[in-house]
Write a protein that binds this ligand. Structure first.
Ligand code: PEP
Ligand code: MN
Length: 341
């Protein structure tokens, strides 16, 4: 249920509604908004009767929220959310590029790539210090040493840092060093990790699970938001299908679907969707055209020597050319946000 207050409602009238919501055993969640004061009603077991709220002075409307997710839903908040990642805005009418290697391998490797992606126009640097690998024998990441390297890249280049927290143990450390905590595909439904991310200070970049529906995806984001962290960025990174011409299948339909259902920003990772360099650029172009709020792209200056995901990493010059193309695409199809929803 969403209780919409009149624009001239007094603080006292709002407070009376909040107290009523708490008296019936629910949680009142004031929803920030430019044009209206609204209060979300959470944790109701049974459906609520709108008439019970309409009798209060100052209440304009009471709308039943039809979706299982509430805090992430457009019904609760009509304006796009803009998330601040270490001073870099993600969401709204902005297009943000996050780039870097799959894994942090050394200070020299990370710094070289950091400087190159910064010069090409990226605003955030990505690189895993904790790597979820299919094989236990593959490179698992440098751990805290990798986080320290990422902090040095930020210091030197000014790029904001996005890196993955694989479990609750390393989440605290990632929260300290990084500007944004990535939750990977394999962890999208790790509910204890999502709850812990809800208590983190930094924003969360939540990747879509390999076979998650839009509802599964948004419910995962709801876990983080309901835990107290409203700074969530969604990321489509390809889903598992029967197709074998790419590592995964990039589901671009999800971008307009999510933008319709939720106010949260959604970016696209064409690298993990493609799994091969030649498909990354066309998929990145399509992501910009479809209305995504940004890209997460793997870039490596020596992909043949990369510890992980070399075959899908763009060369720095390919990345720089892609950024130029993306600018042209965005300039040629800038529409008011409502028109593209
Ligand atoms: C990554 O971004 O390096 C990664 C492991 O991504 P995903 O969780 O999408 O596989
Ligand atoms: Mn990778």
């Amino acid at each position: 249920m969403l209780v919409v207050m009149r624009s001239d409602a007094t603080e006292e009238q709002i407070q009376t509604v909040v107290e009523y919501i708490e008296r019936i055993g629910c949680k009142a969640e004031p929803i920030p908004g430019g044009t209206r004061t609204a209060i979300g009603v959470l944790y109701n077991i049974e459906p609520l009767d709108p008439n019970a709220f309409l009798v209060f002075p100052g209440v304009k409307d009471a709308i039943a929220v039809s979706k299982p997710y509430k805090m992430v839903s457009r019904e609760m908040k009509s304006e796009d959310s803009v998330v601040d990642v270490g001073g870099v805005k993600v969401g709204g009418t902005k297009f943000t590029v996050i780039a870097g290697p799959c894994a942090v391998e050394s200070l020299e490797q990370a710094m070289t790539i950091g400087r190159l992606v910064k010069a090409a126009g990226a605003e955030c640097f990505r690189g895993g210090a904790f790597k979820p690998r299919t094989s236990p024998y593959s490179f698992q990441g440098l751990g805290e040493e990798g986080l320290k390297i990422l902090a040095k890249v930020r210091e030197e280049t000014g790029l904001a840092i996005v890196t993955e927290a694989m479990d609750i143990d390393c989440l605290k450390m990632v929260d300290e060093y990084a500007d944004c905590i990535q939750i990977g595909t394999r962890n999208m439904q790790n509910f204890s990790l999502l709850k812990a991310a809800g208590k983190a200070r930094k924003p969360v970049l939540l990747k879509r699970g390999m076979s998650a529906t839009v509802d599964d995806f948004l419910m995962a984001a709801e876990y983080i938001m309901s835990g107290g962290n409203s700074n969530v960025i969604l990321c489509e990174r390809g889903i598992r299908t029967f197709a074998n011409h790419s590592r995964n299948t990039l589901d671009l339909n999800v971008v307009p679907a999510v933008k319709m259902a939720s106010h949260l920003p959604i970016i696209v990772d064409p690298s993990h969707a493609a799994g091969r360099r030649d498909q990354v650029i066309p998929l990145a172009r399509a992501s910009a055209a479809v209305g995504a709020h940004g890209l997460l792209v793997e870039v490596h200056h020596q992909p043949e020597l990369a510890f992980s995901d070399g075959p899908q990493s763009l060369l720095p010059e390919q990345f720089a050319a892609l950024i130029k193309e993306i600018r042209c695409i965005l300039e040629s199809c800038i529409l008011p946000p409502e028109a593209s929803r």
